[in-house]
Structures are given as C-alpha cells and as structure tokens.
Design a protein around this ligand. Structure first.
Ligand SMILES: [Zn+2]
Length: 283
C-alpha cells in the first residue's frame, strides 16, 4: 500500500512517527501551515515557521524516504490577531517557492469579519499564483461554516476543482461534492472521523475527489490512520486499486495541479501516475 498523506502537521511529530509512517507505506506528505498552539505575536515568527516547512522539515522527512511538500498561508485562527495580519504581505515570497503546492490552511475558525477578509485575500493569491487551495472548516457550527465557505469559494473565481474543503463529515460532505470541490477528511482516534465511518462515506459518495488525511496535529492524533483507513476499505470489499486511488492517486492529482509536485526518485511504484504535472527526473 503506497500512501500520500495530503494533510499532516509533521512539525508536531517525532522521528519515531516518521519511521512508523515509512514502515506503513507513507511515501509522501503535504504539511499545511497552521497555528502552533502558543499564539504568535509577530510576523517574524511566521517567517521562521514557513522557512522550516520548506527547508528543515523536508530534510527530516527525507531521512526516512518520505517526500515532503508544504502549503503556506495565514491560518484562520490567527487571522483574528492584528499583530499577525501583516503575514499576508509575506505570503507572495513563499508562494513562489518550489516545495509549496497550495495556499492553505485558509478558511474559517470562528467566522469573524477578519477571517472573511483573510480568506478572500488568500483565495485571490491562489488564483494569482495558480495554486490549489486547502480550506479548513470550523469545528463548531460546521454545517453553516461549510455553506459559507462554499459561497466564498464560488465568489472568488477559483475553479472548484482546485479547492479541497477539509475536515468534512457525514453532514457536510454532500454540499462540497455538489459544489465540485475536493473533499478532505481528517481521520482521528476519537473525534471527528474514524476509519469505519470513512468507509461508509466512500461507499455512499464514491472515490472521486476524495482525500483522506491523518492531520496529526497537537491534539490526540495518529499519523497511521491513513493506513488504517486503507485496511478498513479492503475489509469492506474495496479493491487494492480503489485504495491506491484514494490514498495515492487522488492526492497526486489534486496537488499535481500546482505543477510543483516532485515525486521523482521515489522508486518505480511511485512514478506511474499519468496525466498529472509531476516533475520527473531531477529535483
Ligand atoms: Zn490542519
């Protein structure tokens, strides 16, 4: 089983996690920029964090044979802090970098006017830099948050096929499916979404535009739940090819739209997808 985790915060994980992920079949990851627990007080903290997402963390992942890419943004939670707003001015410099495959995480936390403004501004950057966008949906009032998210996406002019709306559940998946956006699911040990529930969603809504991630952030989380979801799919009667589509080819297709996904030299199994703009040979 080859696995591409399309949303995982490796900054909060250890080398033991990298080792276990590699053993479980994880060959590639995308790490979205997000909050760091302790609130940041100035844009310089973000610049150092962004640099580590495109420099240090790919190096750390590489030691375990895992290819690491990043998405860059001012996250919704910190978009509410006036001390952090100037981060928006830092973004263009990072959105030009090779290892950056999307703008994200953007979207809503508490659905404030400040979040509205940062969300719209960053969708405009995604259009300008021809990058996909990774959109976080709020954990409270999720249905209303998702509805408003889809309205803002539609208004922005970005193609729905270049947007993943993440952290979905049984209640929110249908609207995102119908809007033509990609559907992201964060599988957690206790909350949000479990492998068996994910399998039911795949049975009902199909495998197209589906992205399964472990998020693996500061809370109780498990970077091997992508693998557990693949096993649960097989146990439910899905084929190896179905699992490969959800856990590998879908994220390659979505982030491949950046033109910057580099999966070269990952071995023969990882370079067989046709039709994406993956770079081949060289780095
Ligand atoms: Zn996240």
């Amino acid at each position: 089983m080859r696995i591409f985790d399309p949303h995982i915060h490796m900054t909060s994980r250890t080398t033991d996690d990298y080792r276990a992920m590699a053993a479980a079949g994880v060959r590639a990851v995308v790490e979205p920029a997000f909050w760091l627990g302790q609130p940041r007080t100035n844009p310089g903290s973000f610049a150092d964090y962004f640099d580590s997402l495109i420099g240090w963390e790919p190096y750390r992942a590489g030691q375990f044979g895992i290819r690491h890419h990043a998405t860059i943004a001012l996250n919704p939670k910190e978009a509410n802090d006036p001390r952090c707003r100037p981060v928006l001015d830092l973004l263009p410099r990072y959105l030009d970098k090779d290892g950056v495959v999307a703008v994200g995480e953007i979207g809503y936390d508490s659905m404030t006017p400040e979040e509205d403004e940062a969300f719209a501004a960053q969708l405009a950057l995604a259009v300008e830099y021809e990058l996909p966008a990774l959109v976080h949906t709020p954990h409270r009032d999720k249905a209303r948050g998702t509805e408003r998210t889809l309205a803002v996406v539609a208004e922005s002019g970005i193609g729905p096929g270049r947007v993943v709306v993440d952290h979905l559940n049984e209640v929110t998946v249908a609207a995102v499916h119908d809007a033509g956006c990609w559907m992201g699911f964060s599988i957690y040990p206790e909350t949000k979404m479990s492998p068996p529930r994910m399998v039911e969603i795949l049975k009902e809504h199909g495998l197209d535009r589906m992205l399964v991630n472990s998020a693996a952030d500061w809370g109780h989380s498990d970077p091997l739940l992508t693998r557990a979801t693949g096993e649960a799919m097989l146990a439910a009667g899905f084929t190896d090819d179905d699992v490969d589509k959800v856990l590998w080819r879908n994220p390659v297709e979505f982030y491949g739209q950046s033109g910057r996904l580099d999966l070269s030299d990952l071995g023969p199994a990882a370079d067989t997808f046709e039709g994406s703009s993956i770079k081949r040979g060289g780095s």
